[in-house]
Design a protein around this ligand. Structure first.
Ligand SMILES: Nc1ncnc2c1ncn2[C@@H]1O[C@H](COP(=O)(O)OP(=O)(O)OP(=O)(O)O)[C@@H](O)[C@H]1O
Ligand SMILES: [Mg+2]
Length: 380
């Protein structure tokens, strides 16, 4: 898996706002700041239509609000994400951060309250009912955590794999099912019903089902969540093989560090937005050895918002608003000590932070350390 700096860089183009001084609109959860308010001129106009061009998955300011009685749960709060064709991406994040909500939208099972989701050139907000049904059958394959949710219990493994092809009216489905069961290492289990298969074998069949109609994208929501460590590793190795050999774009939600550490890119979701990305690549040492390098980045969304890691916020007691200064090769962020002195209320209210109240007069060693640290190290 290679590093894909282009996908992150692309997130910065196609800015819809008139310019960097325009106030930020939209939800802004605690711990978010907007940067920079002053800075280089916006991208040339001809770049503006390019957000996500060429990407297999484009999430543009995705919002999903669930209404429960009188309460609104904002599961996705303006999430931006680009996934390149052929990429294998892991999505991680705390329980309730919005991972399954995102996958349901990408899988065509749910619709966003606002924003756009485009998968393999299908704009999911624009599909009619029948187009959506076709999309779910042909363009995406989904593997769920619960083995029982993936397969029909009264059909054999081979019949389960054939089912999506029956609905497509494909005549070569028996041969394709045999081929797929061979691919997932279950060539001799085709006539077994799910109850006669182990959990790991059922997930293998589920992967074969997901691949039946040669989808562009496979979405897996904690596919190894019910499996032991050794079986999880096998299932993940299978997903990797599918990704490499078939070129299928795969997005896998996981709590399993052993999995998220093996992919080229791990995207962390926090409070319904992408917050950090860890990118891994191998590099050649001076001695000619390959060395794995992993680097964590904070995600800058298209409006210029970024989520500071909680550890950074706590270390400098940042709250409500911060001072920013554009340096030659970085942006410095300082606590608003002035406000605390005059108001006498250190760290008053939480919430979306304003920005750009002017550069601080001087640097303190603590802020210097943050400003010069190229890596947002902490975790939410
Ligand atoms: N159908 C629904 N109705 C109401 N609220 C929902 C619904 N689905 C999800 N939510 C809420 O949206 C938020 C995000 O849920 P989601 O299932 O996407 O989280 P998750 O990251 O997948 O969590 P987990 O790791 O526990 O699976 C949660 O607060 C959840 O309670
Ligand atoms: Mg979930």
């Amino acid at each position: 898996m290679t590093e894909r700096p282009d996908s992150r860089a692309r997130a910065g183009v196609g800015h819809d706002a008139a310019g960097p001084t325009e106030p930020v609109t939209g939800p802004s959860p605690a711990g978010s700041v907007t940067a920079p308010v002053t800075g280089p001129s916006p991208a040339p106009r001809h770049h503006r239509a390019l957000y996500g061009e060429g990407a297999a998955i484009v999430c543009d300011n995705l919002v999903r609000i669930f209404k429960v009685a009188d309460l609104e749960v904002v599961a996705l709060q303006g999430l931006d994400l680009l996934v390149d064709p052929g990429e294998l991406v892991a999505i991680v994040g705390a329980s309730g951060s919005g991972k399954s909500t995102l996958l349901s939208i990408l899988g065509g099972l749910d619709v966003p309250s606002a924003g756009r989701a485009i998968v393999a050139n299908h704009d999911l907000g624009q599909l009619t009912g029948s187009e959506r049904t076709r999309y779910r059958r042909e363009v995406v394959g989904i593997v769920w955590q619960q083995t029982a949710q993936n397969l029909l219990p009264y059909l054999t493994a081979a019949e389960n794999v054939e089912l999506p092809m029956v609905l497509e009216g494909r005549s070569d489905r028996r041969a394709r099912a045999v081929e797929l069961l061979g691919l997932v290492g279950l060539g001799d289990r085709g006539d077994h019903r799910p109850e006669r298969l182990s959990g790991g074998e059922q997930q293998r069949v589920a992967i074969a089902v997901a691949l039946a109609n040669r989808p562009a994208v496979v979405l897996a929501d904690e596919p190894t969540g019910e499996l032991d460590t050794a079986t999880s590793a096998e299932i993940f190795a299978l997903l990797r093989r599918v990704n490499i050999e078939l070129g299928t774009t795969i997005v896998v939600v996981t709590h399993d560090a052993a999995i998220s550490e093996q992919v080229g890119r791990t995207v962390r979701i926090r409070d319904g937005r992408t917050s950090t990305e860890t990118v891994r690549r191998t590099e050649l040492t001076d001695e000619g050895h390959h060395r794995a390098v992993s680097e964590e980045f904070a995600v800058l969304d298209r409006a210029g918002r970024l989520q500071l890691p909680k550890a950074h916020i706590e270390a400098l007691e940042l709250s409500r608003r911060v001072r920013l200064r554009l340096e030659e090769d970085h942006v410095g962020i300082w606590p608003d000590r002035e406000r605390e002195r005059t108001s006498g209320v250190p760290g008053a209210a939480a919430g979306g932070a304003g920005a750009g109240d002017g550069a601080p007069a001087s640097r303190t060693p603590a802020t210097e350390a943050l400003a010069d640290d190229p890596e947002p190290g902490g975790q939410a």
